[in-house]
Design a protein around this ligand. Structure first.
Ligand SMILES: Nc1ncnc2c1ncn2[C@@H]1O[C@H](COP(=O)(O)OP(=O)(O)O)[C@@H](O)[C@H]1O
Ligand code: SF4
Ligand SMILES: [Mg+2]
Length: 414
């Protein structure tokens, strides 16, 4: 049995309206049916665009968010159903390291006070002197001097603050650490140091990690298994090497095509898959395959109507796509442009949208796909800005989108 098993976890946030926010008018389907398992001592890397539900999933494991449905089985106990009192005991064993180290450290507490707070709450160390000795040992482990004890968070660099965040988790002797974008706020030069530190700590302390990142490059080396998330669900999961060697889901292919290759010759020949549009709103996710509004291979049958399950295609390489084999065999055709044509088409449509908004924009926002309130802008370099207009409409209804190149040539800027 795995140390941590998520079974069809759903986290739906109600959207409230009315004078006293007393009416539920819909839901944000932030996490919508995620199953995964993490073996003891291993690292699971979870990647996906900003807004796809990674943080919500991580917080759900710790029950910092209510779980709408599904199970979170940790060491044989389903945390999702545990009463608050019993959950407290498990909290110590599952810790979280946050993206923004400064924001998560109280500026008015010195490091000793920050680190001993949780220890005292969980009854670790018989007195402050004993806790201080333990904190000193952990500070040394994360590469900070023991005189850090009496200093305050603002006196440290970003990388050092993240080390303090890691130390705060470690003093509680956890089994699992959920690292949510642990290096995203750090300079590139210190990112590798923090990742290396996490790896060393895992080896010496036998820790189990769930590492969340929007950047595939960050999780590559540290992860044993990688899961790719899109709009609340996993679209692909595989052992790290297998995923990098051969991404199989169209979305993973697009993400991967955005990661630069160090070899300039390979880099020149590399095909880049540019996606149309932004991540749709999780308050109104597309029916069928959630990726069908942006998938370069979207097919008229099935894609807009049936949600593909995440199935093992062999060797633990799981993919959620109706046409994985056909796309690889080349027996289904690409239906949306993915190269420079996608960019031209996007620019043409964007220009059209600007013209419309300079004139009278429709009050109700009809005809625009970019008005949903909960949409988080996509931040992946391989994505193309949000689209409005007839093309987006065609994609939403699952119809084959009009030829992108045609659109570009006929567009007002061409
Ligand atoms: N407390 C909340 N109430 C309502 N919506 C939320 C809440 N927390 C997150 N969301 C929404 O859930 C979606 C997923 O967010 P998040 O898990 O933070 O994504 P990620 O970490 O992948 O960037 C987003 O659309 C976000 O706006
Ligand atoms: S199911 Fe259809 S839309 Fe979804 S990834 Fe596969 S081909 Fe694309
Ligand atoms: Mg997040």
């Amino acid at each position: 049995m795995s140390l941590l098993e998520l079974d069809d976890v759903k986290v739906h946030f109600p959207v409230k309206k009315g004078l006293f926010f007393d009416r539920t008018v819909g839901h944000v389907y932030a996490v919508d049916g995620v199953s995964l398992s993490i073996e003891a001592g291993q690292t699971y890397g979870l990647v996906g665009e900003s807004g796809c539900g990674k943080t919500t999933l991580g917080r759900a494991v710790l029950r910092l968010n209510d779980i709408t449905d599904g199970g979170v089985v940790f060491d044989g106990t389903d945390l999702a159903k545990l009463p608050g009192e019993e959950m407290r005991a498990f909290r110590r064993r599952l810790q979280m390291v946050f993206q923004d180290p400064l924001g998560s450290l109280n500026p008015r507490q010195n490091i000793e006070s920050i680190l001993s707070e949780g220890m005292a709450a969980h009854g670790i160390g018989k007195d402050q002197a004993e806790r201080r000795e333990k904190i000193k040992a952990i500070l040394a482990k994360v590469g900070l001097p023991s005189n850090a004890l009496s200093r305050y968070p603002h006196e440290f660099s970003g990388g050092q603050r993240q080390r303090i965040g890691i130390a705060r988790a470690l003093v509680l002797e956890p089994d699992v650490i959920i690292c949510d974008e642990p290096v995203s706020a750090l300079d590139v030069s210190v990112q590798a140091q923090v990742i290396n530190l996490l790896e060393e700590l895992q080896e010496s302390l036998g820790l189990t990690y769930l590492v969340i990142a929007h950047d595939l490059a960050v999780v590559r080396h540290i992860s044993d298994v990688i899961g790719v998330m899109y709009l609340g669900g996993l679209v692909e999961e595989a052992p790290s090497d297998a995923l990098y060697a051969k991404p199989r889901h169209p979305y993973t292919k697009a993400l991967m095509s955005a990661v630069p290759v160090p070899d300039p010759e390979v880099e020149d020949r590399r095909e880049r898959i540019l996606l149309h549009g932004d991540l749709p709103s999780p308050a109104n996710p597309p029916a069928g395959c959630r990726f069908h509004t942006r998938c370069p291979w979207v097919q008229e049958t099935k894609c807009a109507t049936e949600r593909p399950p995440l199935l093992d295609t062999g060797g633990g390489h799981k993919v959620a796509c109706h046409f994985t084999a056909e796309i690889e065999a080349g027996t289904v055709k690409q239906t949306l442009a993915t190269g420079i044509e996608a960019v031209i088409a996007t620019e043409a449509v964007a220009a059209e949208a600007v013209e419309t908004s300079e004139g009278e924009a429709p009050e109700d926002g009809s005809g625009t796909g970019a008005k949903e309130p909960a949409t988080v802008p996509a931040q992946e370099p391989a994505t193309v800005p949000a689209q409005a207009g007839p093309e987006a409409d065609a994609k939403e209804t699952g119809k084959k989108a009009p030829d992108a190149t045609e659109k570009a040539e006929g567009g007002p800027t061409a």
